[in-house]
Write a protein that binds this ligand. Structure first.
Ligand SMILES: NC(=O)c1ccc[n+]([C@@H]2O[C@H](COP(=O)([O-])OP(=O)(O)OC[C@H]3O[C@@H](n4cnc5c(N)ncnc54)[C@H](OP(=O)(O)O)[C@@H]3O)[C@@H](O)[C@H]2O)c1
Length: 335
Protein backbone atom coordinates (compact mmCIF):
# COMPACT_ATOMS: atom_id res chain seq x y z
CA UNK A 1 0.00 0.00 0.00
CA UNK A 2 1.02 3.60 -0.40
CA UNK A 3 1.72 6.04 2.41
CA UNK A 4 3.51 9.29 3.16
CA UNK A 5 6.47 9.33 5.52
CA UNK A 6 7.78 12.31 7.41
CA UNK A 7 11.44 11.28 7.56
CA UNK A 8 12.55 14.08 9.88
CA UNK A 9 11.46 17.38 11.44
CA UNK A 10 11.07 19.37 8.21
CA UNK A 11 8.48 19.72 5.46
CA UNK A 12 11.30 18.87 3.04
CA UNK A 13 11.29 15.40 4.64
CA UNK A 14 7.84 14.38 3.34
CA UNK A 15 8.08 11.40 1.00
CA UNK A 16 5.64 9.00 -0.68
CA UNK A 17 6.58 5.39 0.13
CA UNK A 18 5.42 1.87 -0.67
CA UNK A 19 4.68 -0.32 2.37
CA UNK A 20 3.46 -3.90 2.86
CA UNK A 21 -0.31 -4.28 2.71
CA UNK A 22 -1.86 -4.48 6.18
CA UNK A 23 -3.01 -7.81 7.60
CA UNK A 24 -6.79 -8.42 7.61
CA UNK A 25 -8.57 -6.73 10.54
CA UNK A 26 -8.51 -8.77 13.73
CA UNK A 27 -11.14 -9.14 16.42
CA UNK A 28 -12.82 -5.79 17.13
CA UNK A 29 -11.01 -4.11 14.23
CA UNK A 30 -11.90 -2.70 10.83
CA UNK A 31 -9.86 -1.99 7.71
CA UNK A 32 -10.36 1.58 6.48
CA UNK A 33 -9.39 3.01 3.10
CA UNK A 34 -8.24 6.51 4.04
CA UNK A 35 -9.83 9.20 1.85
CA UNK A 36 -9.07 12.56 3.50
CA UNK A 37 -7.04 14.24 6.22
CA UNK A 38 -7.20 17.64 7.87
CA UNK A 39 -4.48 19.77 9.41
CA UNK A 40 -4.20 21.00 12.98
CA UNK A 41 -1.58 23.02 14.83
CA UNK A 42 -0.23 19.73 16.27
CA UNK A 43 0.69 18.55 12.75
CA UNK A 44 2.85 21.65 12.35
CA UNK A 45 4.50 20.91 15.69
CA UNK A 46 5.28 17.34 14.56
CA UNK A 47 6.52 18.55 11.16
CA UNK A 48 8.91 21.00 12.84
CA UNK A 49 10.14 18.65 15.58
CA UNK A 50 8.37 20.53 18.37
CA UNK A 51 6.12 17.68 19.56
CA UNK A 52 7.61 15.59 22.36
CA UNK A 53 8.07 11.85 22.10
CA UNK A 54 7.89 11.31 18.35
CA UNK A 55 10.37 9.20 16.37
CA UNK A 56 10.99 9.56 12.64
CA UNK A 57 10.07 8.29 10.13
CA UNK A 58 6.36 8.52 10.92
CA UNK A 59 3.10 8.65 8.97
CA UNK A 60 1.86 12.22 9.60
CA UNK A 61 -1.47 13.99 10.20
CA UNK A 62 -3.61 13.30 13.25
CA UNK A 63 -7.12 13.74 11.79
CA UNK A 64 -8.52 11.63 8.98
CA UNK A 65 -11.58 10.03 7.42
CA UNK A 66 -12.22 7.08 5.15
CA UNK A 67 -14.48 4.17 4.31
CA UNK A 68 -14.62 0.70 5.83
CA UNK A 69 -13.51 -1.99 3.37
CA UNK A 70 -13.30 -5.01 5.72
CA UNK A 71 -14.68 -5.84 9.16
CA UNK A 72 -13.12 -8.19 11.74
CA UNK A 73 -14.90 -10.54 14.14
CA UNK A 74 -17.06 -9.21 16.97
CA UNK A 75 -17.50 -5.73 15.48
CA UNK A 76 -21.04 -4.48 15.96
CA UNK A 77 -22.74 -1.43 14.45
CA UNK A 78 -20.26 -1.00 11.57
CA UNK A 79 -20.26 -2.50 8.07
CA UNK A 80 -18.34 -2.40 4.80
CA UNK A 81 -19.04 0.90 3.03
CA UNK A 82 -19.56 2.95 6.20
CA UNK A 83 -17.84 6.36 6.01
CA UNK A 84 -16.00 7.16 9.22
CA UNK A 85 -13.95 9.79 11.01
CA UNK A 86 -10.80 8.42 12.67
CA UNK A 87 -10.19 9.75 16.16
CA UNK A 88 -6.54 10.65 16.83
CA UNK A 89 -6.65 9.68 20.51
CA UNK A 90 -6.74 6.00 19.64
CA UNK A 91 -6.89 4.74 23.25
CA UNK A 92 -9.31 7.28 24.76
CA UNK A 93 -12.64 5.79 23.84
CA UNK A 94 -14.86 7.24 26.61
CA UNK A 95 -14.93 8.63 30.11
CA UNK A 96 -12.22 10.64 31.81
CA UNK A 97 -8.89 11.30 30.17
CA UNK A 98 -5.93 9.73 31.97
CA UNK A 99 -2.19 9.94 31.44
CA UNK A 100 -2.35 6.52 29.78
CA UNK A 101 -5.29 7.02 27.41
CA UNK A 102 -4.50 10.58 26.29
CA UNK A 103 -0.83 10.19 25.44
CA UNK A 104 -1.17 8.01 22.31
CA UNK A 105 -1.81 10.28 19.32
CA UNK A 106 -2.14 9.37 15.67
CA UNK A 107 0.20 11.34 13.43
CA UNK A 108 2.64 11.69 16.33
CA UNK A 109 3.22 8.60 18.47
CA UNK A 110 1.00 6.37 16.27
CA UNK A 111 0.68 6.19 12.45
CA UNK A 112 -1.43 9.06 11.10
CA UNK A 113 -3.90 9.58 8.27
CA UNK A 114 -1.64 9.73 5.19
CA UNK A 115 -1.78 6.06 4.20
CA UNK A 116 -3.88 4.10 1.78
CA UNK A 117 -5.24 1.63 4.36
CA UNK A 118 -5.41 1.55 8.15
CA UNK A 119 -6.37 -1.30 10.49
CA UNK A 120 -8.14 0.42 13.36
CA UNK A 121 -9.97 -0.52 16.53
CA UNK A 122 -13.68 -0.16 15.80
CA UNK A 123 -13.96 1.68 19.11
CA UNK A 124 -11.74 4.49 17.80
CA UNK A 125 -13.88 5.57 14.82
CA UNK A 126 -17.21 7.37 14.41
CA UNK A 127 -19.58 7.20 11.42
CA UNK A 128 -19.83 10.44 9.47
CA UNK A 129 -23.05 12.43 9.39
CA UNK A 130 -24.66 11.75 5.99
CA UNK A 131 -24.27 15.28 4.63
CA UNK A 132 -20.49 15.46 5.20
CA UNK A 133 -17.83 14.88 2.56
CA UNK A 134 -14.72 12.90 3.56
CA UNK A 135 -12.79 16.19 3.73
CA UNK A 136 -15.41 17.77 6.01
CA UNK A 137 -15.49 14.63 8.16
CA UNK A 138 -11.70 14.63 8.49
CA UNK A 139 -11.91 18.20 9.82
CA UNK A 140 -13.90 17.16 12.89
CA UNK A 141 -11.97 14.98 15.34
CA UNK A 142 -9.64 17.48 17.02
CA UNK A 143 -11.20 20.89 16.33
CA UNK A 144 -14.94 20.18 16.47
CA UNK A 145 -14.66 17.83 19.47
CA UNK A 146 -12.66 20.43 21.38
CA UNK A 147 -15.19 23.15 20.50
CA UNK A 148 -18.06 20.91 21.62
CA UNK A 149 -16.33 20.09 24.90
CA UNK A 150 -15.86 23.80 25.62
CA UNK A 151 -19.52 24.59 25.01
CA UNK A 152 -20.63 21.58 27.04
CA UNK A 153 -18.32 22.49 29.93
CA UNK A 154 -19.97 25.92 30.14
CA UNK A 155 -23.47 24.53 29.44
CA UNK A 156 -23.71 27.10 26.63
CA UNK A 157 -27.26 27.59 25.44
CA UNK A 158 -29.95 30.25 25.06
CA UNK A 159 -28.97 33.22 27.23
CA UNK A 160 -25.26 32.34 27.24
CA UNK A 161 -22.55 34.53 25.73
CA UNK A 162 -19.54 32.76 24.25
CA UNK A 163 -16.31 34.57 23.30
CA UNK A 164 -14.14 33.08 20.56
CA UNK A 165 -10.61 34.28 19.85
CA UNK A 166 -9.65 34.41 16.17
CA UNK A 167 -11.22 32.66 13.23
CA UNK A 168 -9.16 29.44 13.16
CA UNK A 169 -10.42 25.87 13.02
CA UNK A 170 -11.54 25.50 16.64
CA UNK A 171 -13.17 28.94 16.83
CA UNK A 172 -15.20 28.46 13.65
CA UNK A 173 -16.53 25.08 14.81
CA UNK A 174 -17.30 26.66 18.19
CA UNK A 175 -19.18 29.46 16.40
CA UNK A 176 -21.32 27.03 14.41
CA UNK A 177 -21.98 24.73 17.37
CA UNK A 178 -22.68 27.63 19.76
CA UNK A 179 -25.29 29.05 17.38
CA UNK A 180 -26.84 25.57 17.05
CA UNK A 181 -27.10 25.50 20.86
CA UNK A 182 -28.79 28.91 20.91
CA UNK A 183 -25.91 30.85 22.48
CA UNK A 184 -24.80 34.38 21.60
CA UNK A 185 -21.34 34.58 20.01
CA UNK A 186 -18.75 37.34 20.22
CA UNK A 187 -15.75 36.59 17.99
CA UNK A 188 -12.46 38.43 17.52
CA UNK A 189 -10.08 38.55 14.55
CA UNK A 190 -7.17 40.55 13.19
CA UNK A 191 -9.09 40.99 9.94
CA UNK A 192 -12.37 42.78 9.17
CA UNK A 193 -12.84 40.53 6.12
CA UNK A 194 -12.63 37.44 8.34
CA UNK A 195 -15.06 39.02 10.78
CA UNK A 196 -17.50 39.48 7.88
CA UNK A 197 -17.18 35.76 7.17
CA UNK A 198 -17.84 35.04 10.85
CA UNK A 199 -20.98 37.21 10.73
CA UNK A 200 -22.17 35.28 7.68
CA UNK A 201 -21.78 32.11 9.77
CA UNK A 202 -23.93 33.57 12.54
CA UNK A 203 -21.61 35.57 14.84
CA UNK A 204 -23.64 38.15 16.78
CA UNK A 205 -20.83 40.57 17.62
CA UNK A 206 -17.36 40.99 16.14
CA UNK A 207 -14.24 42.71 17.47
CA UNK A 208 -11.05 43.41 15.53
CA UNK A 209 -8.34 42.70 18.13
CA UNK A 210 -5.69 44.43 16.00
CA UNK A 211 -7.49 47.76 16.00
CA UNK A 212 -9.14 47.17 19.42
CA UNK A 213 -6.49 45.49 21.59
CA UNK A 214 -8.75 46.15 24.61
CA UNK A 215 -11.22 43.56 23.29
CA UNK A 216 -11.91 42.36 26.85
CA UNK A 217 -13.38 45.76 27.75
CA UNK A 218 -15.55 45.57 24.63
CA UNK A 219 -16.81 42.15 25.78
CA UNK A 220 -17.72 43.66 29.15
CA UNK A 221 -19.61 46.48 27.37
CA UNK A 222 -21.37 44.05 25.02
CA UNK A 223 -22.54 41.98 28.00
CA UNK A 224 -23.93 44.91 29.95
CA UNK A 225 -21.00 44.97 32.36
CA UNK A 226 -21.36 41.29 33.26
CA UNK A 227 -18.75 39.44 31.19
CA UNK A 228 -18.96 36.30 29.05
CA UNK A 229 -20.14 32.92 30.28
CA UNK A 230 -17.36 31.21 28.32
CA UNK A 231 -14.09 32.34 26.78
CA UNK A 232 -12.58 29.66 24.54
CA UNK A 233 -8.88 30.36 25.03
CA UNK A 234 -7.28 29.24 21.76
CA UNK A 235 -4.40 31.74 21.74
CA UNK A 236 -2.33 31.47 24.94
CA UNK A 237 0.14 33.98 26.34
CA UNK A 238 -1.02 36.99 24.30
CA UNK A 239 -4.65 36.80 25.39
CA UNK A 240 -4.90 34.88 28.66
CA UNK A 241 -5.04 37.83 31.09
CA UNK A 242 -7.70 39.55 28.94
CA UNK A 243 -9.66 36.29 28.71
CA UNK A 244 -9.84 36.24 32.50
CA UNK A 245 -10.94 39.87 32.52
CA UNK A 246 -13.66 39.17 29.92
CA UNK A 247 -15.29 36.32 31.90
CA UNK A 248 -18.29 36.76 34.22
CA UNK A 249 -18.49 35.74 37.87
CA UNK A 250 -18.46 31.92 37.90
CA UNK A 251 -17.80 31.75 34.16
CA UNK A 252 -15.47 29.37 32.32
CA UNK A 253 -12.11 30.06 30.70
CA UNK A 254 -11.64 26.93 28.59
CA UNK A 255 -7.88 26.77 28.06
CA UNK A 256 -6.68 24.89 25.02
CA UNK A 257 -4.33 26.98 22.85
CA UNK A 258 -0.75 28.15 22.84
CA UNK A 259 -0.34 29.80 19.44
CA UNK A 260 1.39 32.75 21.13
CA UNK A 261 3.16 30.72 23.82
CA UNK A 262 2.41 29.04 27.12
CA UNK A 263 3.66 31.40 29.78
CA UNK A 264 2.23 34.68 30.95
CA UNK A 265 1.89 36.76 34.08
CA UNK A 266 -1.60 36.93 35.52
CA UNK A 267 -3.25 38.58 38.50
CA UNK A 268 -4.86 35.80 40.56
CA UNK A 269 -7.31 38.13 42.27
CA UNK A 270 -9.97 38.22 39.49
CA UNK A 271 -9.90 34.41 39.36
CA UNK A 272 -10.42 34.23 43.12
CA UNK A 273 -12.92 37.05 43.55
CA UNK A 274 -14.93 36.17 40.45
CA UNK A 275 -14.81 32.44 41.27
CA UNK A 276 -13.77 31.56 37.72
CA UNK A 277 -13.52 28.04 36.39
CA UNK A 278 -10.24 27.45 34.52
CA UNK A 279 -10.66 24.25 32.56
CA UNK A 280 -7.90 22.64 30.53
CA UNK A 281 -8.60 20.23 27.70
CA UNK A 282 -6.75 17.64 25.66
CA UNK A 283 -9.00 17.19 22.59
CA UNK A 284 -11.53 14.65 23.93
CA UNK A 285 -12.57 11.02 23.71
CA UNK A 286 -14.11 9.05 20.84
CA UNK A 287 -17.39 9.34 22.75
CA UNK A 288 -17.01 13.15 22.72
CA UNK A 289 -16.47 13.03 18.94
CA UNK A 290 -19.60 10.89 18.58
CA UNK A 291 -21.65 13.48 20.52
CA UNK A 292 -20.16 16.25 18.37
CA UNK A 293 -20.99 14.31 15.19
CA UNK A 294 -24.58 13.84 16.39
CA UNK A 295 -24.90 17.60 16.95
CA UNK A 296 -23.41 18.37 13.54
CA UNK A 297 -25.83 15.90 11.99
CA UNK A 298 -28.89 17.23 13.83
CA UNK A 299 -28.09 20.89 13.13
CA UNK A 300 -26.91 20.08 9.59
CA UNK A 301 -23.71 22.07 10.17
CA UNK A 302 -21.42 22.41 7.14
CA UNK A 303 -17.80 22.41 8.37
CA UNK A 304 -15.94 25.36 6.88
CA UNK A 305 -13.03 24.27 4.69
CA UNK A 306 -10.71 27.11 3.74
CA UNK A 307 -9.01 24.90 1.14
CA UNK A 308 -8.58 21.30 -0.01
CA UNK A 309 -5.12 20.24 -1.23
CA UNK A 310 -4.07 17.14 -3.18
CA UNK A 311 -1.46 14.81 -1.66
CA UNK A 312 1.20 16.21 -3.99
CA UNK A 313 0.84 19.68 -2.41
CA UNK A 314 1.34 18.85 1.26
CA UNK A 315 3.91 21.58 1.90
CA UNK A 316 1.50 24.16 0.43
CA UNK A 317 -1.25 22.83 2.70
CA UNK A 318 0.95 23.32 5.78
CA UNK A 319 1.86 26.79 4.50
CA UNK A 320 -1.81 27.72 4.19
CA UNK A 321 -2.46 26.60 7.78
CA UNK A 322 0.31 28.90 8.96
CA UNK A 323 -1.25 31.81 7.04
CA UNK A 324 -4.33 31.86 9.32
CA UNK A 325 -7.20 30.55 7.19
CA UNK A 326 -10.85 30.86 8.27
CA UNK A 327 -11.80 27.29 9.16
CA UNK A 328 -9.93 24.12 8.24
CA UNK A 329 -7.40 22.92 5.67
CA UNK A 330 -8.17 19.49 4.21
CA UNK A 331 -6.14 17.03 2.14
CA UNK A 332 -7.67 14.75 -0.42
CA UNK A 333 -6.02 11.31 -0.14
CA UNK A 334 -5.96 10.13 -3.75
CA UNK A 335 -2.82 8.34 -4.91
N1 LIG B 1 -5.89 21.38 23.94
C1 LIG B 1 -6.77 21.00 23.03
O1 LIG B 1 -7.67 20.21 23.28
C2 LIG B 1 -6.66 21.59 21.67
C3 LIG B 1 -7.48 21.14 20.64
C4 LIG B 1 -7.42 21.79 19.42
C5 LIG B 1 -6.54 22.84 19.24
N2 LIG B 1 -5.74 23.22 20.25
C6 LIG B 1 -4.85 24.37 20.14
O2 LIG B 1 -5.66 25.52 20.02
C7 LIG B 1 -5.01 26.49 19.23
C8 LIG B 1 -5.92 26.91 18.08
O3 LIG B 1 -6.11 25.81 17.21
P1 LIG B 1 -6.76 26.04 15.78
O4 LIG B 1 -6.73 24.71 15.11
O5 LIG B 1 -8.05 26.75 15.88
O6 LIG B 1 -5.66 27.00 15.11
P2 LIG B 1 -5.70 27.78 13.75
O7 LIG B 1 -6.75 27.23 12.85
O8 LIG B 1 -4.30 27.82 13.26
O9 LIG B 1 -6.18 29.25 14.16
C9 LIG B 1 -5.31 30.18 14.66
C10 LIG B 1 -6.01 31.56 14.74
O10 LIG B 1 -5.67 32.17 15.96
C11 LIG B 1 -5.95 33.54 15.83
N3 LIG B 1 -5.02 34.34 16.61
C12 LIG B 1 -3.66 34.40 16.55
N4 LIG B 1 -3.19 35.31 17.42
C13 LIG B 1 -4.28 35.84 18.03
C14 LIG B 1 -4.47 36.82 19.02
N5 LIG B 1 -3.44 37.49 19.58
N6 LIG B 1 -5.73 37.09 19.43
C15 LIG B 1 -6.79 36.44 18.90
N7 LIG B 1 -6.68 35.50 17.94
C16 LIG B 1 -5.44 35.21 17.52
C17 LIG B 1 -5.87 33.89 14.35
O11 LIG B 1 -7.16 34.39 13.99
P3 LIG B 1 -7.36 35.61 12.97
O12 LIG B 1 -6.62 35.18 11.72
O13 LIG B 1 -8.83 35.67 12.79
O14 LIG B 1 -6.78 36.83 13.59
C18 LIG B 1 -5.56 32.53 13.69
O15 LIG B 1 -6.24 32.35 12.50
C19 LIG B 1 -3.67 25.86 18.84
O16 LIG B 1 -2.69 26.23 19.76
C20 LIG B 1 -3.95 24.37 18.95
O17 LIG B 1 -2.78 23.60 19.17
C21 LIG B 1 -5.77 22.61 21.46
Amino acid sequence: MRAVFLNGPSLQDLQKVELADPAPPGRGQVLVRMRAASLNFIDLAVAYGQYPGVGYPLIPIADGAGEIVAVGDDVTGLKIGDRVAVHPKALWTAGRGTMENTSAMRGATLPGALREFAVLDAASIVCLAGHLSFEQGAALPIAATTAWNALTCAAAGPGSTVVLLGTGGVSIFALQLAKARGARVIITSSSDAKLEQARALGADETINYATSPDWDEKVIQLTGGRGADLVLETVGSATFPRSIAATRHGGVVFTIGFITGTSTQIDLMPIIVNMLHLQGNNTGSVEDLAKTMAAIDAAHIEPVLADIFPLDELAAAFGKLSSGPVGKIAINIDW
